[in-house]
Design a protein around this ligand. Sequence first.
Ligand SMILES: Cc1cc2nc3c(=O)[nH]c(=O)nc-3n(C[C@H](O)[C@H](O)[C@H](O)COP(=O)(O)OP(=O)(O)OC[C@H]3O[C@@H](n4cnc5c(N)ncnc54)[C@H](O)[C@@H]3O)c2cc1C
Ligand code: HEM
Length: 372
Amino acid sequence: MSSDVQLLKESLALIEPAHDKVVGYFYAKLFVENPGVRGMFPLTMDLQRDRLFRALTSAVQGMDRPEVLVPMLQQLARDHRKYGVRPEHFAAVARAMIGAIKAYSWGEWTAETEAAWHRTFTLIAHTMIAAADEASAQPPFWTATVVSHERRTDDIAVLQLRPDQPYPYEAGQYTTLESPRVPRVWRSYSIANAPRRDGLLEIHVRQVGAGWVSGALVRHHQPGDQVRLGPARGATVLDRESTRDVVCVGGGTGLSPMKALVDDARRWNSARRLHLFFGVRRREDLYDVQALQALTVRYPWLTLTTAVSHDPEYPGEQGSLPDVVARHGDWQNHDVFVSGSPDMMRATVARFRELGVSADRIRYDVFTDSLY
Ligand SMILES: Cc1cc2nc3c(=O)[nH]c(=O)nc-3n(C[C@H](O)[C@H](O)[C@H](O)COP(=O)(O)OP(=O)(O)OC[C@H]3O[C@@H](n4cnc5c(N)ncnc54)[C@H](O)[C@@H]3O)c2cc1C
Ligand code: HEM
């Protein structure tokens, strides 16, 4: 297998300059040879159209690290059930992918390369089909009804959703959501509460630019509307066995999973201190601060610091989250959780590392749908 990986990496390096054309060829071949499959994909194949293709190539790159690759493929497979993927689709995807790579290999294609690609796809397909099969007791997706919709700012809304059947997840995880207004386009949203007896899920959504799904959720959805949810994912989960204090840093709607961690800790914590930082650009973006302040009154182990980065008149903490966090203490012995935009995350995680926090104590799920 290690010689296969080497061969496949060389094969991928060869097609890299023609990446966009290879992706175009891949989808054209997939849809022409399997017209039924087209309906599983979004109407407009936008910039993100190469996610499937890129994931396949990154899976190949990771073949020599099965301890990382296998859980990633298993998670993807559980998640792919919501698209309606069936075992026979893997052969169709493999044919299209191998055909596309071969077409752009400029005469360097050999029988050996082709055999290596087939072996690799067979392995990937077996792993994903087995994981999807193991998950078959769960629904492929959940239908959820919007039970409340509150516009907190011009571009932020807080929604409560009621799934039609029990939705398993842990505090700090995120769901993927499809709005009927934008069929087959799925986006990730963190769940802002720990699992509750009544099954309600709260999500905090900020509309980004002309964003398709965030725009629908913030501006158009109303109580009574239905959306679909994929299975929960994510790694920002509190370790109850740990005795360390906790620091949670949420930028904008990155507050959402941090709020779920506080909600979780409410149920079992009394000894560990939890310091929550909530950072925004403008003071009017502190969209959930009243609820957070009420929690600090009730739970003496919880401390809240709000920070505003673009308002020199703001009477509280000013500055970017990494700077504010660094001013507030020594975090070396804490469990650290960070959530927000990719830039905020990069800067905050880097600052914690500079402050001496080891990488294995820092947990985060970046707010981007790109895998890379
Ligand atoms: C793990 C995870 C958790 C997430 N949790 C939340 C959450 O709790 N709340 C929340 O509001 N969002 C969250 N997101 C982001 C969310 O999944 C969508 O990416 C976001 O709502 C934009 O989707 P869209 O369809 O509206 O925009 P698109 O139609 O995909 O994009 C429209 C335009 O906006 C740009 N754009 C996309 N995302 C951003 C961004 N974050 N900042 C600036 N420009 C952007 C795109 O480049 C494009 O030009 C999370 C993402 C991930 C991966
Ligand atoms: C062979 C292994 C495969 C890998 C590694 C893979 C990977 C991915 C990834 C990473 C995404 C992005 C969204 C997400 O994270 O869920 C995706 C989306 C998708 N995949 Fe797969 N996939 C594979 C096989 C398949 C197969 C066999 C089908 C069936 C035709 C399929 C259909 C889809 C669809 C419909 C989407 C959504 C498209 C979009 O949002 O643009 N995938 N895939």
